[in-house]
Design a protein around this ligand. Structure first.
Ligand SMILES: O=C(O)c1ccccc1NCC(=O)[C@H](O)[C@H](O)COP(=O)(O)O
Length: 261
């Protein structure tokens, strides 16, 4: 069983527990549930912003603890001040040390779109994302059929949430180039081996139709990589670890952006 299989297996147990603890009707009564959402696509297309989706990430299966003493307020306000186009907040607890509370806190502190970074397999999690104050959800092609991607992305749109579809290769795009997918992300991290190769983004770029904003995800830590990815049509960059391992993630983002112009 690879790490993605393990995470998804655990997700189903977690979802059953969460549904029992907080019925969907209660989520729909929460104060953030009906807030006007921010368009991820619009922010990613704004040339005044960096194109970086800056991630709040305490730990990961591949790297273990990245930053144990993280101050969420410093991180997310620092990201926004440094020109992040959006913020990604991990809400998975078992594997990434994130929480619902992290996203709620981030929502209260920043005014750019927030990606609920989790492993979404059930409509209930989309309802949760809405109630947390997220603007966009992640759907991972490697763990969903095209039919489920259609259903979940349509559900997200009904709740005014946008959808970032994550793929690892051209095959995972098949059947998924649909109107309810807003942005396509190519993950450079092989989830079986944890190897990271920017070549993955370069190889998949030519298979993504022009109409989609392209995001390169994982393992980006230097300006040269961003400059190279831009040549292949990438305008979005999902970056976590290289910022989070520093004492000042916002300053690290500012430096990377300045050096990759
Ligand atoms: O980061 C991991 O180890 C990981 C393992 C299994 C599934 C997903 C994983 N990461 C999720 C991500 O997509 C990254 O957090 C994101 O792309 C940022 O990557 P990085 O800049 O390398 O922290």
């Amino acid at each position: 069983m690879n790490i993605l299989d393990k995470i998804i297996e655990h997700k189903w147990t977690e979802i059953a527990d969460r549904k029992a603890a907080v019925p969907v009707e209660e989520l729909r009564r929460s104060s953030l549930y009906n807030r006007p959402t921010l368009s991820f696509k619009k922010y990613l297309s704004n040339p005044a912003l960096s194109g970086v989706i800056a991630e709040h990430k305490r730990q990961s299966p591949s790297k273990g603890v990245i930053n144990a003493n993280v101050d969420l307020k410093q991180v997310v306000t620092g990201y926004q001040a440094a020109g992040a186009s959006a913020c990604s907040v991990l809400t998975d607890t078992k594997f990434f040390g994130g929480t619902t509370e992290d996203l709620l806190q981030a929502r209260a502190l920043i005014q750019i779109p927030i990606l609920r970074k989790d492993f979404m397999v059930d409509e209930y999690q989309i309802e949760e994302a809405r109630a947390m104050g997220a603007d966009v959800i992640l759907l991972i092609s490697a763990c969903l059929t095209p039919q489920r991607i259609k259903e979940l992305s349509e559900y997200a749109h009904k709740l005014d949430l946008e959808v970032l579809l994550e793929v690892h290769n051209a095959e995972e795009l098949e059947g998924n180039l649909i109107d309810t997918v807003d942005v396509i992300g190519v993950n450079n991290r092989n989830l079986k081996t944890f190897d990271v190769s920017i070549q993955t983004s370069i190889d998949v770029a030519k298979h993504i139709p022009e109409r989609y904003i392209k995001v390169s995800e994982s393992g980006i830590d230097d300006p040269k990589t961003i400059i190279e990815l831009k040549k292949h049509g990438y305008t979005g960059f999902l970056i976590g670890e290289s910022f989070m391992k520093t004492n000042d993630p916002g300053a690290a983002l500012k430096k990377l952006v300045a050096e990759s112009k």
